[in-house]
Design a protein around this ligand. Structure first.
Ligand code: ADP
Ligand code: MG
Length: 662
């Protein structure tokens, strides 16, 4: 924008935008910036076409409201106020049987004169005819649609010289109004267009039809309360057709026989851009362009209802037909000749370059990669972001108009990744909670066990000592000697259980020493009775097998696990010990091909006295002890097991992870 002293013709209501990117898609000037998830209109890039206003279902775009300014003008009676009503009014006020009622209503608001812009269109058409006849070299672009004029000045400044040097119908009628009613008057344009608000300082205020309706409502002006009234002259002719695309052309053509062939007429936000680009490339040289940004002014964003195109079209046609029947053709021609000569209908156009340099290809590529678009096949060009291609979107990201989050496939993919990560985290959390509960339970049991073990340790010592003394003192053939021996053995077993309990409760301390874990594993295997049907193997991925451990306790861990493995393979199998790890940790995996551990038993493994072995064979203290020792080493213990042959070979793997240095 930039002609009139007005800015921000369209603004955004913060918070209302739901970032659907429809406005980005519909804006022919790419004048929408997405900042913090809100679409913002960039006034310096805006051409005032109002597409964003029309398409925003959230009503997050608002048009500059100038009703207050008009009210101030009307309140000041020192100056004459002249309303200039755009020729599209029959398409807006379809409820009025007689157009003269509208004129009456506008007068009721306080306007001194109400003129029809269509006579301005007649004047302008006469001027176009002259221009095209005089040079007839083509390549002119009509300058009646302000959004098109802004578009060319901002984005195709090289084509500004092609803009017809002719005023718009609004400016033409305003100049005529000043000629007829005095220079010192206020002119208020009323029409379907938003861009008109910033088109020219020669107009005091440009209102939309919607605003006019709001004013009627505010002041309770209804058709039944006004006198029907004719427009203040001069009366117009074919210029009333102006709001339809081909309107101006029809006007030019009808008044004289300009060959239609070299005038290209088009409208709508995509087509007008194409026509301008083709003209710029020289592909349609020799032609003149009559372009409208909207699908005819009757579909302008300042209309209250932006539907029913053909009905609106027919309303204009009806009005013009009636008008032409009643017109004094000679008077109209005379007026046209007269004012066409008196009124200055020229208009200068200046480039207002708002182009932005295209960023370096490397930067664009970088953004594309950041959006997960590694190669051509990732460029979906789905248009969900509002840009036609992924590349255009990336360019806008580099230029600071768009955000990478606007890419729907990328955002969906990221969401999926988030969900996956969240699921994993949840799973971990669940496991950690379970472990925590388990550890708490074990800790409680440990406390009780430690208490009992301590209490039992001393009397057991006494029993062991005295039963040994009794045994020693009894003669070899004394029948009581076997019984004493039984007492000694059972007391011994009790001692083992108590020491197991103490280990589990970890009332003992660890004595850490640098240890070669591979060597410790080999030593542990030597102290386990391994039947001939069990194959043992040890291997290691480690260069450095050293870790700080309590050798005796770690020995117990290994032998307990190895014994369990052997006991799980009564019919033979393989026992594998594998060492792996990194700088910080060592993993010792002990795998067997035994019966496996059923799922329901896994939770109970580390609970003292849980055993599935026959009475006298198992104490159920091995794994609790392993658990206690590993925890004392600030390590971890994991179990994987399979009991179902259908799911693969059965067996169990215990993995102990201990830090190399605590
Ligand atoms: P115990 O060996 O005295 O039964 P543990 O605490 O060492 O006590 O083991 C508890 C139980 O865990 C065992 O009875 C057995 O059911 C199960 N278990 C331990 N290790 C294995 C393994 N490698 N394969 C199958 N079951 C095992
Ligand atoms: Mg055991």
């Amino acid at each position: 924008m930039g002609h009139a002293n007005r800015d921000k013709v369209v603004t955004t209501v913060k918070g209302k935008c739901r970032v659907c990117f429809t406005c980005v898609r519909e804006c022919p000037a790419k004048a929408i910036k997405i900042v913090d998830g809100q679409a913002e209109v960039l006034s310096e890039r805006c051409i005032g076409c109002g597409n964003c206003v029309s398409v925003c279902r959230q009503n997050a775009k608002v048009v500059l409201d100038l009703k207050g300014e008009v009210e101030s003008l009307l309140a000041n009676k020192d100056k004459k106020n002249v309303a200039l009503v755009a020729p599209s009014f029959p398409a807006e006020f379809t409820e009025l049987e007689d157009y003269r009622l509208l004129v009456g209503m506008v007068r009721k608001l306080g306007f001194d004169k109400v003129m029809e812009v269509s006579f301005g269109a007649d004047l302008v058409a006469r001027q176009y005819k002259k221009l095209l006849e005089s040079e007839n070299q083509g390549d002119y672009i009509s300058s009646d649609c302000p959004a098109i004029v802004f578009y060319i000045e901002h984005y195709h400044p090289g084509l500004v010289s092609h803009l017809a040097p002719i005023a718009s119908p609004m400016v033409a009628i305003s100049r005529l109004a000043r000629h007829l009613h005095g220079e010192d008057i206020n002119t208020v344009f009323i029409g379907p267009c938003i861009a008109k608000k910033a088109e020219s300082d020669e107009i005091d205020v440009a209102l939309t039809f919607s605003e006019l309706r709001e004013m009627f409502e505010k002041y309770s002006i209804t058709p039944d309360k006004v006198e029907p009234s004719y427009f203040d002259g001069p009366a117009s002719g074919m210029g009333a057709l102006f709001p339809l695309s081909r309107g101006l052309l029809q006007n030019v053509k009808k008044s004289d026989n300009i060959v239609e062939g070299n005038i290209i007429v088009d409208s709508g936000k995509t087509r007008f851009k194409e026509a301008i680009s083709e003209l710029e490339r020289g592909e349609i040289a020799g032609n003149n362009l009559e372009l409208l940004c909207c699908n005819g002014c009757i579909m302008g964003p300042g209309m209250t209802d932006r539907e029913n195109f053909y009905y609106k079209w027919s309303q204009i046609g009806k009005y013009v037909k009636a008008k032409l029947q009643g017109i004094d053709t000679q008077k109209w021609r005379d007026d046209l000749e007269k004012y066409g000569e008196i009124i200055d209908l020229s208009q200068k156009h200046m480039p207002l370059d708002r182009r932005i340099e295209r960023p370096e290809e490397q930067e664009v590529e970088k953004v594309l990669r950041e959006m997960g678009k590694e190669d051509e096949s990732d460029l979906l060009d789905c248009g969900a972001c509002g840009y036609e291609t992924c590349r255009e979107h990336a360019v806008a990201v580099v230029q600071g108009f768009a955000e990478d989050k606007m890419c729907l496939p990328y955002t969906i993919e990221r969401l999926h990744q988030y969900i996956e990560r969240l699921n994993l985290t949840n799973e971990k959390l669940k496991n950690t909670k379970l472990e925590l509960r388990h550890s708490e339970k074990l800790a409680h049991m440990g406390q009780i066990a430690a208490g009992i073990a301590h209490e039992l340790n001393n009397p057991l010592g006494v029993i062991t000592m005295y039963s040994n003394i009794i045994y020693e003192e009894l003669e070899e053939n004394d029948p009581k000697r076997d019984e004493a021996d039984l007492i000694v053995k059972q007391a011994d077993r009790c001692k083992k259980i108590v020491s197991g309990l103490l280990n589990f409760a970890r009332s003992n301390k660890t004595k850490l020493r640098k240890t070669d874990m591979a060597e410790l594993v080999n030593r542990s295997l030597e102290s386990v009775v391994i039947p001939s049907n069990v194959q043992v193997s040890v291997d290691s991925d480690l260069d450095d097998t050293m870790a700080a451990v309590d050798q005796e306790q770690m020995m117990q861990v290994l032998t307990n696990l190895e014994k369990n493995a052997v006991e799980a393979m009564p019919d033979g199998g393989e026992l594998k010990v594998h060492l792996s790890g990194n700088k910080e940790k060592i993993h010792i995996s002990i795998t067997d091909t035994g019966c496996g551990i059923p799922e329901e038993n896994k939770e109970k493994l580390f609970t003292p006295f849980f055993t599935t072995k026959d009475l006298g064979k198992g104490t159920g203290l091995g794994l609790p002890q392993v658990h206690g020792i590993v925890k004392m080493h600030q390590g971890k213990i994991n179990v994987k097991s399979n009991t179902e042959p259908e799911k693969g070979p059965t067996g169990t793997e215990f993995i102990i992870t201990i830090p190399r240095n605590i």
